[in-house]
Design a protein. Structure first.
Length: 122
């Protein structure tokens, strides 16, 4: 019984040791991205910030800054992906309409597609 208890305590200490020495990480919300325009703006700005940090020494302060700015980048990418999923569906609608020679559907959906895509490429 004693050997089992010692073995159990030994295993528990191996599992718990990394937790005792790990640093607590703060979590941030980041800048929100409610619209595609806002997401693209944040994406550009925070990519530049990341690039500047990566050009320097990755000190503990720099690592904290990277940690913080990734939240904004994740929010931006989430919104961009959401908008682009919808944009892909619109493009597929245009594609299928063009196969049927449905000029009204191509025109309507094409204008919608371009209005969204211009927010990214301009």
């Amino acid at each position: 019984m004693r050997k089992s208890l010692v073995s159990l305590l030994g295993c528990a200490s191996l599992v718990m040791a990394p937790l005792a020495f790990s640093e607590e990480v703060d979590h941030f919300e980041g800048q929100s991205a409610e619209t595609l325009e806002q997401a693209v703006s944040n994406f550009k700005e925070y990519n530049q910030k990341l690039e500047q940090i990566l050009d320097g020494d990755l000190t503990p302060e720099a690592m904290n800054n990277v940690h913080q700015l990734t939240y904004t980048l994740e929010n931006a990418l989430g919104k961009i992906n959401e908008e682009f999923d919808a944009l892909a569906e619109t493009l597929e609608t245009i594609h299928l309409a063009s196969e049927r020679a449905d000029s009204d559907a191509v025109k309507t959906n094409g204008e919608t597609y371009l209005s969204v895509s211009r927010k990214v490429v301009e």
